[in-house]
Design a protein around this ligand. Structure first.
Ligand SMILES: [Zn+2]
Length: 288
């Protein structure tokens, strides 16, 4: 082998090694990644009958549904996952909003805006907002973020505000969401392209329901699954609430979530599970 071909060979090996090692770098060591996440209080619900979510099980048992918003600092900008129940509830309806099977309340001294302000974040600083789905307890504060890019499954968007919109017993802010810059997603979506924040399509509760994988440098991965299950027992037993859009898709999505947990070694976080929420580091604490 002459000197030229040896140099060429070394060059090719170097390129090959760097390509392989790039693709093998775990997200936690990539330069553009998640810095930290705050779990913010965004309302809570109280129901007298848990079996609305677990048909035939725990009939007549009272239940509290926690409801959090998740503020994520990524090296390329702030992301807000879920916007919770409308913060106006705290001042306008101190006794809560009786929505039939659930009474929604805001039992916390700070609104969402005030929690963000204490962290030093103004609504205009939020680069992306996304929610698991378009129900009122998840999009209630979306109007606070008119300059954020809305990341939403196309089917959810069309159901809520698009040409095929049906009339939900829902807040008026759907119509305001169309004024946001919108990224309509079909399937799974890597928000910053570095594997640290990935939206996964998990339909069933609604047709465009999605879940969020967050990869932390220190803690590892957490999969936040919105209402794909309302509490852990329902996930373990693959139960679908009767009011879900599709029971079949609900079960398929739970299986997909279980596979993702294995693949990413991810913790499962269930938004409405009060027992689990009590164990989470919550604002003003944060996760890295
Ligand atoms: Zn829901």
């Amino acid at each position: 082998m002459n000197r030229f071909s040896l140099a060429k060979l070394i060059f090719l090996i170097t390129v090959a090694v760097s390509v392989v090692s790039c693709s093998n770098i775990p997200p936690s060591q990539q330069p553009n990644t998640v810095v930290k996440m705050y779990v913010l209080y965004c309302g809570e619900g109280h129901s007298m009958d848990q079996s609305r979510w677990s048909p035939g099980v725990n009939v007549g048992k009272p239940m509290t549904l926690t409801n959090s918003c998740y503020l994520i600092q990524h090296a390329k900008g702030w992301v807000l996952w879920e916007t919770g129940f409308g913060e106006d509830l705290s001042k306008m309806m101190p006794k809560g909003l009786d929505a039939g099977p659930i009474v929604w309340q805001w039992n916390y001294p700070l609104t969402l805006t005030e929690q963000l302000a204490q962290i030093g974040v103004a609504p205009k600083d939020i680069k992306y907002i996304a929610f698991s789905h378009g129900h009122p307890d998840h999009i209630g504060n979306a109007n606070l973020f008119p300059t954020a890019n809305l990341l939403i499954q196309q089917s959810e968007y069309e159901y809520a505000v698009g040409p095929f919109a049906k009339k939900w017993p829902a807040p008026a802010n759907y119509q305001n969401l169309v004024k946001n810059q919108v990224t309509k997603i079909v399937g799974d979506y890597d928000i910053f392209g570095d594997g640290s924040l990935i939206l996964f399509s998990t339909p069933g509760h609604t047709q465009g329901h999605q879940s969020l994988l967050v990869e932390f440098r220190k803690r590892g991965a957490i999969l936040i699954i919105g209402d794909a299950a309302h509490f852990k027992d329902n996930f373990i037993n693959r139960r679908s609430p009767v009011q879900n859009f599709s029971k079949e898709q609900t079960i398929e999505s739970m299986d997909k979530i279980a596979n993702l947990m294995n693949k990413y070694h991810a913790e499962l976080w269930i938004n409405h599970d009060a027992d689990q929420t009590a164990t989470m580091p919550r604002f003003p604490q944060y996760i890295e």
